[in-house]
Design a protein around this ligand. Structure first.
Ligand code: ADP
Ligand code: MG
Length: 486
């Protein structure tokens, strides 16, 4: 299909997006059995009779999963339901030997909530959470092991999942990406899910519809199991454009489940969408309704860490950071912690700049995680201090940083050893200024006849001749005094 619309451009149409995120609860054992949940084990090495759907097996709820679901609900500013019910969602699939998935339907453990998402322009937006429920994961069919047979690996069967369902509150691929990013940060801060999308411990069903602003919601299509943030964005861009073309061509959108093709960035029909009644949900007779007291919720609340949004607002208020810098710093907890250690007693804004641009840039180039940074937070703070007190200029600081990155030396040691200390001696700088002016009489004439831009040329020459060490403010003052106004 040819697409006339440009990327991100939906003309007079508005995209409406709602996401269902499956987040695997960070536990050692499964939701209803004692089998292990480790990623990457040999096929069928982690399967109990319960996960294999043996007749007569009896599921027993894993208490830690309940705690983690409540903890996550609190992190989503959501209502915690003291009464919830596990139900059977009936369907046939080779990787689901029970013939049903134990999930929650009418009574989920967590109800309405909301989170804040951070957009590239520094603005933020509130996205509603519809619910969070606990459910079992299914196994995995392996189609590439034998020329004519498919195999089934049940290691994943019964793994504990939290399904986090958003309200249809997002209107662009960027917003959806920011939402997934924020959910991932929240569960990682909470320690309830590792958020590793490439290992499948967080995956996304993306619901997309389009409408004219102000109209009722359009018919949605659901794109299943999208497993990276970039793919979420691509799938939305493609799907919205596809729907607009269908509608503008005079046809109607059929509600259906679609697949995202990672190779060409398109979506295609997988099956027509089931309605809830097709699954014949009913309460699982093997499991009592889940009931707990408010005290249980309160005891978990007491153990919550400072969450991303709270940290962001504190960084803006206490350190005077911009919204964009604050959200970039809080997006990962180790990064936020590193910043706070480095900024202790230093110029916080300057520290934020150094963490976000120089440090992250260098780590990225070296393909290292922050945890493996050769420059410690204390060392980076030391470098920032030297810039703040005018010992070195920002330009020299970059040179010093490059050296710090490949050695174990502190900024002070490098500055001393290489003689990089900034020259603040006015007499010494004035000598260089005079040399530069003497060597460029023609440029002075041009400057005086109105070519103001040449001022930068003189500054550059002086800095260059000083080996980058002359204090730029003094250079400016001296040049202004000697050249007069242009
Ligand atoms: P189902 O299991 O049938 O997919 P859920 O209630 O689990 O239903 O999820 C519905 C998801 O679809 C929610 O994230 C919701 O925000 C989203 N959604 C509902 N209606 C629309 C719509 N018209 N356009 C886009 N997203 C929608
Ligand atoms: Mg769904």
């Amino acid at each position: 299909m040819a697409h006339a619309l440009l990327k991100g451009d939906t003309g007079e149409w508005e995209m409406v997006i709602g996401l269902e995120i499956h987040a695997q609860v960070l536990t050692k054992s499964k939701l209803f059995s004692g089998a292990a949940t480790d990623f990457g084990a040999a096929p069928n090495a982690q399967v109990s009779p319960i996960d294999a759907g043996m007749p007569g097996m009896l599921p027993v709820i894993n208490k830690l999963c309940v705690e983690h679901a409540v903890r996550t609900g609190l992190g989503l500013n959501a209502a915690i339901n003291l009464y919830s019910v596990f139900e059977r969602k009936n369907y046939f699939y080779p990787d689901l030997p029970q013939g049903y998935q134990i999930s929650q339907y009418a009574h989920p453990i967590v109800g309405n909530g909301h989170i804040e998402i951070d957009l590239a322009d520094g603005s933020s937006k509130t996205v509603g959470i519809e619910r969070l429920h606990l459910e079992q994961d299914a196994g995995k069919s392996l189609h590439d092991q034998h020329p004519s047979k498919s195999y089934v690996d049940l290691n994943r069967a019964g793994n504990p999942l939290m399904e986090i369902v958003s309200k249809p509150d997002m209107n662009s691929a960027e917003e959806a990406a920011a939402y997934v990013t924020k959910i991932r940060a929240i569960v990682r801060y909470l320690g309830t899910c590792d958020g590793n999308m490439d290992e499948g411990s967080m995956r996304c069903d993306v619901n997309v519809s389009v409408r004219k602003p102000g109209d009722a919601l359009g018919t949605r299509c659901e794109i299943k199991n999208v497993n990276s943030i970039r793919f979420v964005q691509q799938a939305i861009e493609y799907e919205a454009r596809r729907q607009i073309e269908v509608i503008e061509g005079g046809a109607k959108i059929v509600q259906e489940t679609r697949l995202f093709d990672t190779k060409n960035g398109t979506t295609r029909t997988m099956r027509s969408k089931e309605d809830a009644h097709d699954y014949r949900y009913f309460p699982d007779p093997d499991l009592l309704p889940l009931k707990f007291e408010q005290e249980f919720v309160e005891s978990i609340k007491k153990t919550l860490p400072e969450l991303p949004d709270a940290k962001k607002h504190r960084f803006m208020k206490d350190y005077g950071l911009s919204a964009a810098d604050a959200s970039a710093l809080i997006s990962e907890k180790p990064r936020a912690d590193y910043f706070e250690r480095a900024a202790k007693g230093r110029d916080a804004k300057l520290t934020a700049n150094w963490v976000l641009s120089e440090l992250l840039g260098a780590l990225n180039k070296a393909e290292k995680e922050l945890e493996q940074s050769p420059v410690t937070a204390e060392q980076l703070g030391g470098l920032v201090a030297l810039i703040s007190d005018n010992t070195i200029s920002g330009r020299i600081a970059k040179e010093v940083f490059a050296e710090m990155f490949v050695t174990d030396k502190s900024a002070t040691e490098i500055v001393a050893a290489k003689g990089l200390k900034q020259v603040t001696d006015v007499g010494a700088i004035e000598k260089i200024v005079d040399d530069v002016l003497r060597a460029n009489p023609d440029k002075i004439a041009e400057y005086k006849s109105g070519k103001d831009k040449l001022f930068g040329f003189f500054v550059g020459q002086v800095l260059k001749q000083s080996g980058g060490k002359a204090n730029p403010a003094i250079v400016n003052d001296l040049l202004k005094a000697k050249l007069g106004k242009g």
